[in-house]
Write a protein that binds this ligand. Structure first.
Ligand SMILES: Nc1ncnc2c1ncn2[C@@H]1O[C@H](COP(=O)(O)OP(=O)(O)O)[C@@H](O)[C@H]1O
Ligand SMILES: O=C(O)C1=C[C@@H](OP(=O)(O)O)[C@@H](O)[C@H](O)C1
Ligand SMILES: [Mg+2]
Length: 185
C-alpha cells in the first residue's frame, strides 16, 4: 500500500460524528503514517482552550481562521493521516491544501450521526433545540463540497471503525496509479 501511496497525505472529511478522528488514527497506524487531528491542533494553538470555549469566546470565524492556518501548516509535510473538522470544506482556500493529498469522505446517515452524538457536548454547533435538524441542514449545505473528495466511503451502523479503515485502504489503489518504474518499461 505504501508503494502505491508514496507518502501522500490522507485528509478525512465529513460530518461531525462520521468517525474522522477515530478512523484517521487507525489509518495512520496501518499505513505507518503520523496522525493529526485539526481540532486538537486548534485547541493547542488557542492555548489549550476547548473547541466549545473558542466558539464561545472568539466565535466561529476566528475558529475557521485558525483551522485554515493549521491545515496550511500540516500540508507542508508528507506521510500524514489528517482528520479534519466537519466544516473544513467551507472555505475555498482550504481546498488548495486538501488537494495536496488524497481526500476521503466518510459518508454516514444523519440518523446514525445523531445516535453517536446524542450524549456529546463537545460540538458547539449542535447546542441547538433540534440537533438532528441542525445536522440535516449542515449536511444539505455541505454535501456538494464533501462530494468533491477523491474517495467516498459510505458507512452504516454495521461497520466498526476498523472495517471503515479497511474500506478506505481498499479504495486507495482505485484512485492512485502505481508508480511506473524503470523495470516496467
Ligand atoms: N464505525 C463506528 N462505529 C461505532 N462508533 C463509531 C464509529 N466511528 C466513530 N464512532 C464513535 O462516534 C463518535 C464520533 O466519532 P469521531 O471519530 O469523533 O467523529 P468525527 O471526528 O468525524 O466527528 C465517537 O464516540 C466514536 O467512538
Ligand atoms: O462540522 C463542523 O463545523 C465542526 C466539526 C467539529 O469537528 P468534528 O467533525 O471532528 O466533529 C469541530 O471542528 C467543530 O465543532 C465544528
Ligand atoms: Mg473529529
Amino acid at each position: 500500500m505504501n508503494n502505491i501511496l508514496r507518502g501522500i497525505n490522507l485528509y478525512l472529511i465529513g460530518m461531525m460524528g462520521a468517525g474522522k478522528t477515530t478512523v484517521g488514527r487507525l489509518l495512520a497506524q496501518q499505513l505507518g503514517y503520523r496522525f493529526f487531528d485539526t481540532d486538537a491542533l486548534i485547541e493547542q494553538a488557542a492555548g489549550g482552550q476547548s473547541i466549545n470555549e473558542i466558539f464561545a469566546t472568539a466565535g466561529e470565524e476566528a475558529f475557521r481562521e485558525i483551522e485554515s492556518q493549521v491545515l496550511a501548516e500540516l500540508s507542508a509535510y508528507t506521510k500524514l493521516a489528517i482528520s479534519t473538522g466537519g466544516g473544513i470544506v467551507l472555505r475555498q482556500k482550504n481546498w488548495s491544501y486538501l488537494h495536496h493529498g488524497l481526500i476521503v469522505w466518510l459518508d454516514v446517515p444523519v440518523e446514525l450521526l445523531m445516535t453517536r452524538l446524542a450524549e456529546d457536548s463537545t460540538r458547539p454547533l449542535l447546542k441547538d433545540a433540534n440537533p438532528q435538524k441542525k445536522l440535516e441542514m449542515l449536511l444539505e449545505q455541505r454535501r456538494k463540497l464533501y462530494a468533491q473528495a477523491d474517495i467516498r466511503v459510505t458507512a452504516d451502523a454495521s461497520l466498526t471503525p476498523e472495517q471503515v479503515a479497511a474500506r478506505v485502504i481498499e479504495e486507495i489503489p482505485k484512485v492512485i496509479k502505481p508508480e511506473v518504474t524503470a523495470a516496467d518499461n
